[in-house]
Structures are given as structure tokens and as C-alpha cells.
Design a protein. Sequence first.
Length: 256
Amino acid sequence: MLIAIDVGNTQMVMGLFSDDELVDSWRLSTVRERTADEYRLFLAGLLRQDGYRLEDVDGIALSSVVPTAKQAMIEVAEDLSDGPLVVVGPGVRTGLPINIDNPREVGADRVVNSVAAAAKHGTPVVVVDFGTATNMDVVDGSGAYVGGVIAPGLEVSQSALIDATAALRRVDLVAPRAPIGKNTVEAIQAGLLYGHAGLVDGIVDRILGEMGGAPAVVATGGLASTIVPHCRTVDRVDETLTLDGLRMIYEMNLEE
């Protein structure tokens, strides 16, 4: 079996594959101060708790945008499995030409998502990843990564609003009864959810205008199911996109 791990700024996602089938997955908080020993005990216990044996793990694929967690997870991966470890980054085969000013600037998660989106949904394609940041990544009709957009994520926007005001408080990220809020909580919810949906639609409209044609627009990330129902430009949600991309890149690098 293959363990695929993506470490984001706020959350990490781990999936367990049997061949091409995702048999289980977990979404966990990213704790930057957690040591390799703590990660090792935590992840091994999680697998055993759900009935999986460590000796059945024959490979690990890892992507991370958190340097401290990345190094800790590399140490953990080497203990969890004797099989190959593929860490997404410069020098790793992805099959994705990166046509931007400095290809090394592209985050591993954005590369992974783009690889999976092109394979699963065809090209051209736009990926909208709702995480700590809301990233939009573009793969053109030739299958090359040609750039993207980075915007503050929904929870970051809420934190900035609450931190900068004296009387406003954190709210549940659910849709209010109507766009015109009848109380402070609903007013904040309307501003956050509909404002973020409008941000996504406005930027995607500009991307589509620059690209021409009708590329697929695919959403993923922990907040996708919260925001996408209020977006008009997003075609579909693919909750396993990142894990599938890690599996694909892992397999590409075993072919060498």
C-alpha cells in the first residue's frame, strides 16, 4: 500500500492507496512545532487504530509547504516504510512542464493538484484550491502549467476581520438566511461567504477571458464544499485531487 501525505499550512491530508484505489483518508491539523517522534507515534497509531498494518506499507509520497513539518515527515516516512519515498520538489518527475518566470517558486501542492487535474479532468483546466490561501492554478491545452493566483483564504479573511475590529466576533462559516444580514452574525457570514465566492468568480472570469475557450474549473481543499455552492464559475469539486496527484507522481518516479 502507498501512503500519500500533503502537509499544508493549516491542515495535513493523508490517504492510503491500494494500487489505484483510495481506501482511506484523514484530514488533520498541521502542528508546526510537532517533532518527528510525535508525528511517528501519531501516524502509526492512526493507521493501527483503523486496522492497517505498517508492514503492508510499501511506499510513501509526500508534499509539504511547511519546511519544518516537511523535514519531520521525511524522518517519519523513513521509519514507517522500507519502500521508496518520493518528496515532491525540484528534480522529481511530474510530467508537468512549468512555464513561469521561476519554476522553483511553485508550491509542491500546486504542482500536485495541477498534475491530477490534467490527468483526471483534461486540459485546459483551472484548479481552485480552498485552503489557508485560495490558490488558482492554470494548465493550458498543451498540458503545461502557465501560472496562477494566490489570494487570502476564507479563514484568513475572517481572522483578519476579527483581529482588526473591537466588536466583531468569529462566526460559523455557513450561509446566512439571505444576502442581507438581519443581525451581526448573518452580516459577517454574508460578507465572508458571498464575498469569497465573488472573489473566486471575479478572478476565474478574468482567467477564462485570458485563456479563451472553455476550460474545466475544478475545486478542491478543505473549504471547497463550503464555498463552491455559492460560486457560478466552478464546475465541480474533486475532494481527492491532491492525494490522487501524489499517487500519480509517486508512480511516475518508480518508472525510472
